[in-house]
Write a protein that binds this ligand. Structure first.
Ligand code: MN
Ligand code: MN
Length: 319
């Protein structure tokens, strides 16, 4: 049984208490026996269109109190195998992206040094560069599974190198990714130029559009991702705009023609066996959300991340 687990909602109504992810204990101080930590990065200075993703972490936490510990689809009682906490939010400095990156690396390093898997709640997608810097410092260049309707490999926006449209180009340039083990899935929507898509491929990333995914189907896509990432540490970055705006209206740069929440959950569930050392869920923008649709989807995707960690731990226990 995990040392740190959610409060029992049979004992205490789930709407009681302070909102931590899934009612996990809030732990500012790290101690032994923590397998994963949910951490907020309430930063949206990197957004190029709508702003407000700084309120993403609180919206995801707010919905997450409804999650229950037994994952039916994966047939696992998560906290029989792992222990986790909500580590609160990383320090961010609105308006100052480079300084925020430094603060984020500083905040994530103690977790990574202890072998705790960080699950970061964004925030806009610019934050992933800081996460990858911290992760690569601990593990070296990592594999990448990136779900998004955008490739986020533009060179610059408004002449600026750091924002939510550029993190994966910067990550490749900085040598943070093992590009031969990196894959982007879900790209769609109008672009500025055919070059936009080619640029990602030239960086060495494998790119699958949402149309590719529709043609191939989910089981085959899962197989392709697993084959591509293979063995070794990897990072999973999930931009909520991978979902169709019908399923995730609360986001900064929505693109129509995306997948359903059910399809996204099925994809993530298929990624067992990959050695994920970090996760993030970004671009939730509550001001444009309705009825917590986006927050619900985001919380449930994060729940599947935690399940993957639990499944990996269960497999190690059996080995
Ligand atoms: Mn993105
Ligand atoms: Mn996106």
């Amino acid at each position: 049984m995990g040392k740190f687990q959610p409060r029992d909602s049979f004992e205490s109504p789930r709407f009681c208490g302070v909102r931590t992810f899934m009612r996990l204990p809030y732990a500012e101080e790290l101690e032994d026996g923590i397998d994963f930590a949910v951490v907020g990065a309430p930063f949206d200075t990197g957004q190029s269109f709508r702003t407000g993703a700084r309120f993403g972490p609180e919206a995801i936490r707010d919905f997450s109190i409804l999650l229950r510990p037994y994952n039916v689809e994966q047939d696992i009682n998560i906290f029989d195998h792992v222990s986790g906490v909500d580590h609160g939010d990383l320090t961010v400095i609105p308006g100052y992206i480079r300084e925020t990156y430094d603060k984020m690396v500083e905040g994530l390093t103690p977790l990574l040094e202890r072998g705790i898997v960080p699950i970061v709640l964004g925030g806009d997608h610019s934050i992933t560069l800081a996460e990858l810097r911290a992760v690569a410092r601990r593990y070296g260049p990592v594999g990448l599974v990136h779900f998004d309707s955008h490739s986020d490999t533009w060179d610059a926006y408004f002449g600026q190198k750091y924002n939510h449209g550029t993190p994966f180009r910067r990550a490749v340039e900085e040598g943070l990714l093992d590009v031969d083990r990196a894959i982007q899935v879900g790209i769609r929507g109008p672009l500025y130029d055919p070059e936009d898509l080619e640029a990602a491929r030239r960086l060495g990333l494998t790119v699958y559009t949402t149309s590719d995914l529709r043609r191939i189907g989910i089981p085959e896509m899962i197989k392709i991702i697993r084959d591509r990432v293979g063995r070794g540490p990897a990072f999973l970055s999930f931009d909520i705009d991978f979902l169709d705006p019908v399923y995730a209206p609360g986001t900064g740069t929505p693109e129509v023609g995306g997948v359903t929440t059910a399809e996204a959950l099925e994809l993530v569930r298929g990624l067992t066996g990959i050695e994920f050392v970090g996760f993030d869920l970004v671009e939730v923008l509550p001001a444009f959300d309705h009825g917590q649709i986006t927050a619900a989807a985001a919380a449930n995707v994060v729940y599947e991340f935690i399940t993957l960690i639990a499944l990996a731990s269960a497999r190690r226990g059996e080995a």
